[in-house]
Structures are given as structure tokens and as C-alpha cells.
Design a protein around this ligand. Structure first.
Ligand code: SF4
Length: 424
């Protein structure tokens, strides 16, 4: 109750009284004139359904592959009719497990190249058990340049506990395959704060990640996900979210570990080494989402496609954008949305910040004063950089405030293909 009340006060204070924090039923949206945008493609099929997973996914079914591919192609056409030959500054393909539909991705990417002007990188997520030499070759052939492996842990006990369908040896082999293939950047996702896991065990995983040679490691605490589901699944009655002190200790350990090993922090949870391009799934400002459950952010509106794969296919087949829910953004809200993701990046470019908000903006001044006053950020000249403390508290705020919102919308959207309204 208290976090909810605090969020309501903060968000009204920042975004103003005109911002309605409700997602409403929407059968269609007008993306407006779009000259440049990112694209997100959602592939919801998984061969292994992990018990903790909150994403929109279903079990892989051969019979759904072709209809889903056709729906994606139809959705590309629907956007082409609306926005014309816009520039696509990046493509991010997530899921589910996108590589379950590797050949189909090639077809969709070709169609995107025919219809739009692709100028940026293509990133794909995959699961270690799903990667082989043939798939890697195809991804490169289709122009994929950044690959992310959802490894989660190098410890077989924890892989088993998480319900992952591969071993540490398979994970190591898939990293080797990816690195030898010549992608511009290979990211490895690792989870921590697993039930019963110690900080020493987390550090052992980090060490193996560093030794493996990957360019980037993105760490996620399991407590960002429905923690108790894992407990129920493993019949661990006493499974509890780690307390604040444990989280603090783990984050500090992760942060120091990477900096000591020559990595730089590129987001709250992401650490990159060398000159490889940064891999990020969430920090794009404007993007259009294709696929069941995909989200889009275009000027003035954030919207979500229906989460139901069946309804998604039906809608695209009938020539309608498969939009289910939308929330209009006021100008102020758009600014804070931008700021939220810059904070998540942990670096805020000052010139852009002051251009957007205006240097004399009182709320912004107060926010910066708080960041500096609580020693969470430092002024680095051209940018404001969150330090380790700032990054930790941002993650905590995200955990308490943003994730419950996401959970609310996703739960409603999974229950009903076209919900009437979701009030945040
Ligand atoms: S493979 Fe990834 S998307 Fe699929 S169920 Fe597991 S965690 Fe979720």
C-alpha cells in the first residue's frame, strides 16, 4: 500500500495532473509521422517453459509457425502503409526464444529491408540449448550482429532449480560458438539472488563469465521476477526474497567485480568490456513492436499488442493492427519517460537534458539536487553519471515501483486478449 501511495504522489508531482495512468482498450493507433524508429519483434515460442518466467510466451507448436510468420509479415505491411519508408535505427528480436523461428526471422528481416531503410544493428536473444553451428551461421547471414545468450548460471544446481534445460557445459559450448562466429558483440545474461545462493557463488559465476570471453554481461536479480513461483515449483516452502542488506552486498560485489576486471558499467545491470557495441533491450526511445504482446512507443502514445497469439494472428490476417491497450503520454510524461531510461543507462547527457527540460526547470533542479545531495550521482562535465550507490537505489526503486506496474499490465493482458482498462 505504502509504495503505491508514494508512487502516486511522485508521478503526479512529476508528470502533472493531466497524465492519466491507465491503459485503455484500443483497436487501432495512429503512429503519426515516423521518420526514424527502432523495431522490436517478439517471438513467443519456447521449447522449455521456465517456471519463473514472466514474459509473454507459449510452448513451441509447429502448426503455429507459419500463421505467426504470415501475421508478422502482414503487420510489417500495415506499418509500411502508415509510416512509409521510414528509417529503422535498430531491430531487437526477443521472446520467448526467437531462434526457434530462425528461418522465419530471415524472411521477416528481408521484408523489413524491402519496406524500410534499415540503418542500425540487429540484436537477437537466444537460449544456450537452442544454439548450434547452423543457426549461428544463418543469423549472421541474415545480418544479425549482436547476440544475447540467456545463460543465467554456470552452476548446474541453479540451472536445475531454475528449470533450465541445459547444463553449464552446454552454456560454455554455446558461448564458444557465438564468439567464434564473429558477431560484433555477444552478451551473456546471468541471474543472481537465486534461492539459497551466496555472494561467493555469485562471484564464481561472474568469474566464469569473464573468463568465457563474452563482450558484455547483464546481471538480473531473480527477485525482479515472481520469486515465489520458483519456490512453489521447487517445493521450497521457505523461499524468501533476499533482504535489503543481502541485495546491497550482492550488487556491490557485482559492481566491483566487473570494474576490477576492466568492464565499464553501461546500465544498472549491464557491464561491457573493450570496444564492442553495447547491447541493450530496453533503452530505445522510440520503437514499434511487432508480434504478440509487443510494446510500442511513438510520439504521444505507448501501446501494446494483444498478448494472445491466436488473436494476434487473427487480427493481422484481417488487416487490423493487433493493438490491445494504449496509454497517451503528455509532453511532461514523455520527458520523464526519457529521463527514466537515461537513469537506467546510468548516464544522462547534460546538453540533451537541459534542452528537453529547460535549464530553469524547478522539478529537474530538485531532482538533481537530491541525486547529488544523497551522493548518488556525480557531474562529469558533459554528463551526469550515477555512481554505484545511485545505480543500486535506482534498481531498488524500479523493483518497488516500476515492476509492479509491468506485472499489473502483463497479468491483465495475459488473462484477456483485449482488456477494457488497466488502471495503474
Ligand atoms: S526460455 Fe526465456 S522466454 Fe522462454 S520460458 Fe524460459 S525464460 Fe521465459
Amino acid at each position: 500500500m505504502l509504495p503505491e501511495l508514494i508512487t502516486k504522489i511522485i508521478r503526479r508531482c512529476l508528470a502533472g495532473p493531466d497524465q492519466d495512468f491507465s491503459f485503455r482498450a484500443a483497436q487501432d493507433v495512429d503512429p503519426g509521422p515516423v521518420q526514424k524508429t527502432g523495431l522490436y519483434i517478439h517471438i513467443p515460442f519456447c521449447k522449455n517453459l521456465c517456471p519463473y518466467c514472466p514474459y509473454n510466451k507459449i510452448g513451441y507448436e509447429e502448426k503455429l509457425v507459419e500463421p505467426y510468420l504470415n501475421a508478422l509479415l502482414a503487420e510489417v505491411e500495415l506499418y509500411y502503409q502508415r509510416i512509409g519508408r521510414a528509417e529503422i535505427s535498430s531491430i531487437y528480436i526477443g521472446g520467448g526464444t526467437p531462434t526457434n523461428l530462425t528461418d522465419e526471422l530471415g524472411i521477416v528481416l528481408n521484408r523489413i529491408r524491402e519496406r524500410f531503410r534499415l540503418t542500425g544493428d540487429i540484436c537477437v536473444e537466444t537460449s544456450p540449448g537452442d544454439l548450434d553451428r547452423e543457426r549461428v551461421g544463418k543469423l549472421l547471414q541474415y545480418g544479425v550482429s549482436l547476440l544475447s545468450l540467456g545463460g543465467q548460471s554456470f552452476d548446474n544446481r541453479y540451472l536445475k532449480l531454475l528449470g533450465r534445460n541445459y547444463t553449464a557445459a552446454v552454456l560454455e559450448h554455446s558461448i564458444e560458438l557465438a564468439l567464434n562466429a564473429g558477431f560484433k558483440s555477444v552478451n551473456l545474461d546471468l541471474m543472481f539472488a537465486l534461492p539459497g545462493q551466496t555472494t561467493a557463488e555469485v562471484e564464481r559465476d561472474l568469474a566464469r563469465a569473464v573468463c568465457s570471453g563474452v563482450d558484455q554481461v547483464t546481471t538480473y536479480p531473480l527477485f525482479s521476477f515472481p520469486y515465489t513461483t520458483v519456490g512453489r515449483y521447487r517445493k521450497l516452502k521457505k523461499v524468501k526474497m533476499p533482504n535489503l542488506a543481502t541485495r546491497r552486498k550482492m550488487y556491490r560485489a557485482i559492481h566491483s567485480f566487473f570494474l576490477e576486471h576492466g568492464f565499464q558499467r553501461v546500465s544498472v545491470w549491464g557491464f561491457l568490456r573493450g570496444e564492442a557495441p553495447r547491447y541493450s533491450s530496453v533503452t530505445r526511445e522510440r520503437y514499434i513492436g511487432l508480434g504478440a504482446g509487443a510494446g510500442s512507443h511513438v510520439p504521444g502514445v505507448f501501446y501494446l499488442n494483444t498478448f494472445s497469439v491466436e488473436e494476434y494472428i487473427k487480427s493481422c490476417r484481417s488487416g487490423r493492427l493487433p493493438v490491445a491497450l494504449s496509454m497517451n503520454f503528455t509532453e511532461m510524461m514523455t520527458l520523464y519517460y526519457w529521463l527514466y531510461w537515461r537513469l537506467y543507462d546510468t548516464y544522462i547527457p547534460k546538453q540533451q537534458l537541459f534542452e528537453l527540460f529547460g535549464e530553469g526547470n524547478r522539478k529537474l533542479k530538485l531532482l538533481l539536487r537530491l541525486l547529488y545531495g544523497f551522493k548518488m550521482a556525480v557531474d562529469e562535465g558533459e554528463q551526469i553519471a550515477l555512481n554505484e550507490r545511485g545505480a543500486f537505489w535506482l534498481h531498488l526503486m524500479q523493483n518497488y515501483f516500476a515492476l509492479p506496474y509491468i506485472n499489473k499490465v502483463w497479468s491483465a493482458a495475459r488473462e484477456t486478449a483485449y482488456p477494457e482498462r488497466v488502471k495503474l
